[in-house]
Ligand binder design. Sequence first.
Ligand code: NAD
Ligand code: ZN
Length: 351
Amino acid sequence: MTRTILPSRISSLGRLNRVLSGKTFDNSRFFLIVDENTYSHCLPILISHVDRLHQAEFIEVPAGEECKDPAIASQLWQTLLDSNADRDTVLVNLGGGCITDLGGFVAASYKRGIRHINIPTTLIGMVDAAIGGKTALNINGSKNQVGFFHQPAIVCIETSFLHTLPDAEIINGLFEMLKTFLIGNRSHFQSLCQTILSGSLDLQPGMIAACAEIKTAIVKQDPRDLGIRHILNLGHTFGHALESFSRHPGQTPLAHGTAVGIGLLCTLYLSVRKLGLDPSVLQNYRAVAEKLVTLPHYTLRDTEGILAYMRQDKKNSGGDICCVLLSDITAPVINLPVPENEIRDALLKIS
Ligand SMILES: NC(=O)c1ccc[n+]([C@@H]2O[C@H](COP(=O)([O-])OP(=O)(O)OC[C@H]3O[C@@H](n4cnc5c(N)ncnc54)[C@H](O)[C@@H]3O)[C@@H](O)[C@H]2O)c1
Ligand SMILES: [Zn+2]
């Protein structure tokens, strides 16, 4: 896959600079949450463009899923308490989905809720994780088991942060974009598939914004995830289980985006069989997924381990495993009970 440098524009940080210098944040004290990568790659750019953040105190946490842990959240509460942080404190989360999930969780809970600003630095963050107000921690390796809805005061999307993001992380974000376009925009889905199949990881200008806008529009209709927002879970009932299962001994750990990408393949397979989705969508998507990653091969025994996680999914009801499937691109169907033998079949058909 080839990748040229994405267009650089620092305009979003310029806007953030103006907003933070305004009245709304007059009395605010800022704490910046970073991991080791965003500390070295993104923090210098951020503070050189946003005056109010020059004096911000920064807190570094471990990179990746390791930081979405109650023990880390507890350390952050303690740091805030030790610094006498009051309710005017603002947490600035500079990083990928792990940082925004953790920082959002701490903001939602500290003093019963303080403001936070999400500045996503990964593609997943820009198109998905930083938007929508869901925050979460993992419990003993099981993903996102505790969390709050807590909307960020600001989401600042600055695409120039992607310059330093490794290709593997771009690929994770591309899978989430494919998911969102499957739900919300046929022509963007087709054009993103074409770009990837041509061997390029370059995103057309506007694609990131278009994707972020689709998610924002869905969240606005159902901020607390009681109905229509479930469509954003396309591929995730499988994806979260595959991600958790991949941490088992002998398995290759899968990043969230890649797990969702493989979950989408299972989802489209079931959608063809159960809802009459055009099989060419599945074929096209399979070619795209194979271009981006090596698909895993699951044994019958593996499927039991994966099913154990799927049974814990928050979207299940009445003892059934429920999935979002598609009857067509942009026509998702939510809360569909899927028998376990069909889930096993989809998992065995991946590779
Ligand atoms: N709350 C939501 O709505 C939501 C939605 C989607 C995903 N998520 C969560 O997001 C997490 C995945 O997010 P992610 O893929 O962004 O992972 P991540 O936060 O772990 O970031 C991936 C890696 O990239 C590094 N990195 C970040 N920005 C960088 C940059 N600009 N340059 C170089 N390296 C950089 C990070 O340090 C990390 O090592 C999962 O935990 C998932 O559950 C949440
Ligand atoms: Zn996701």
